[in-house]
Design a protein around this ligand. Sequence first.
Ligand SMILES: *Cc1c(COP(=O)(O)O)cnc(C)c1O
Length: 380
Amino acid sequence: MKFETLAIHAGQEPDAATGAVTTPVYQTSTFQQDGIGKPRGYEYSRTGNPTRAALETALAALENGRHGLAFASGVAATTAVLSLLRPGDHVVAGDDVYGGTYRLFERVYRPLGVAFDYPPATDADAIAAALRPETRLVWIETPTNPLLRIADLQRIADATRARGVRLAVDNTFASPFLQRPLELGADIVVHSATKYLGGHSDLIGGAVIVNDDEIHRRIRFYQNAAGAVPGPWDCWLTLRGIKTLAVRMRAHERNARAVAEFLAAHPAVERAHYPGLPGHPQHELARRQMSGFGGMVSFELRGGFAAVERFVARVRLFILAESLGGVESLVCYPPRMTHAALPPSERRRRGIGDNLVRLSVGIEDPEDLLEDLRQALADA
Ligand SMILES: *Cc1c(COP(=O)(O)O)cnc(C)c1O
């Protein structure tokens, strides 16, 4: 079946007990057993819950993977993947990873004896060259945050497979509608379901999708043992979001493309970052690897931080807020918001300047969005 059909039907058959067309919210912590040692399939909702099971089946289907696991947040999903590591292990991560991922690596896992290196995600040779005998995991985000650069997943997967290293891809920015890393050779896909999967800025959630039965067994063990599971209600909201993922992503993309083209041509803008712009350094790779360029755009203002403050104060439709991937357009200032966890030296090294603005382009009318940007940048 095709993506749009899976998004609506995978794991979401009418309820066996009642025929309810929509997966019920099984808001229960525990389940009656028919006798000692005779559960009917579920025992306790940390271990498993039917609403979560429906979501996990849908997640696997969308990424074209065998196993899906749902978590209470994106960072809980990331933590579950890191449970595969032991002290002394080494991780190679792209240099542009989500700020919270970097914080988890550096402030939680490095003190526990795991080593990390951050070569540029856009340079597959640099990633391969950073692999050591004790490297167990490569962690890649693409498109990257906030500069929207593209990592070549197939080339990186070739290098990791040759060395017996697992490749994990944070697919949050692209969504499975536009990019499916398992098909390109990745071993593990991670999502912040808070973003495009949920799609309506009304939940916090995470996901891990894998093909390998043994990796699934270990991460599923950790899911139950550590317990960062989403409640049934959040699972239901995520399922509801997933049903419209394809139509939303098409609308996000149409609007983001219009916004990126507008910004790239605007005199107040020094540079616009969007993989769909022909001048983007990995535009051709993005065309090959993704089936669209997504809804995120970032740009640098000529007037520095003062221009950023002015812009943010003047926009009316774009809401100043962290996060992304919802139906409404958001504006964010990465140095002080999403990437505040990075030391200033690290931000500069990654090219995140004081004049950088990130937009999560929503699915409003594109002309209204352009008009808002036009008035906010006027006389800048
Ligand atoms: C938001 C985000 C995360 C973290 O997810 P939470 O749901 O906030 O825990 C991880 N990776 C990326 C790319 C994100 O945007």
